[in-house]
Design a protein. Sequence first.
Lengths: 141, 171
Amino acid sequence: MLTEFGKVLIFIFLAIIFVALAFIVNRLIRPARPTREKVLTYECGENPIGSPWIKFNVRFYVVALIFLLFDVEITLLIPWALVYKEYGVYGFIVGFLFLFILMLGMLYEWRKGDLDWVKPEVKPKDLKTVMEEFEKEYGKI
Amino acid sequence: MTLEQITFIILALIGLTSALMLIIQKNPVYSVLLLILHFFALAGFYLLLNAQFIAVLQILVYAGAIMVLFVFVIMLLNLSNEEALKDPFNLRKIIASIFGVVLILQFGVFFFIKAKDDLNVTISPNSIEAGSIKKISEVLFSTYLIPFEVTSFILLVGIIAAIVLAKRKFE
């Protein structure tokens, strides 16, 4: 018997076959004359500079960890969202308690400053320091 | 062969090939992508067993959040020069292969001796109803209400621990 998920599965397989067929047909029809410029990584028309490996800022890691926990929370809220109307006030209170406790975690994160991004402070120099620096470098004006 | 068996075989092929490729792959980023494919195949298995909620969990939590973590760890470790990290001693490989052989033997015993007659399991007709999210939520909010609320405490502990530990590690 075909459930609704079975239909989704057929849809997924058809989508994969469709894309794969398009690629295969393209590969067969098009002329293939690769040069160095053609196979380079596309970087807005510039020559690519440096390695594509970049080190992420560590503070993203904390955000990702907390995202994982809130993601688990979301999965527990899916069943709640389906039935809370049937339970009326009781269902509301249950969900509220659940969310309230998790909100404490959110507040802790906020308070600890993990949601704040440190921006480099731009302080415009005043004329005096500019003059001093200039004189240091090039002698008296 | 029924449609279910065909789907099972296709999913098993996808899952096994992606798992194998994952291990063979040199580039860790490709490994992560193959792991995502593997998780999707696993979600397909859960759907075949009429466990819809678990399938949704699998995709949301594993293919979503945990993979984000994996990608972050890979990018943080900067593994572009993986060969240098290789263990020069082969002791680890020897131990791993011993365990692997033991595991294969266990599977062999299980499939060919112990569970030879029990493999033809039929799915009970009301399992679709039992695995639906609605059914789970009904049980969750009557019988298992207190565990549900306690889960939020566990998650809270997890959030606080993540913040504290990550801070201590990096700063």
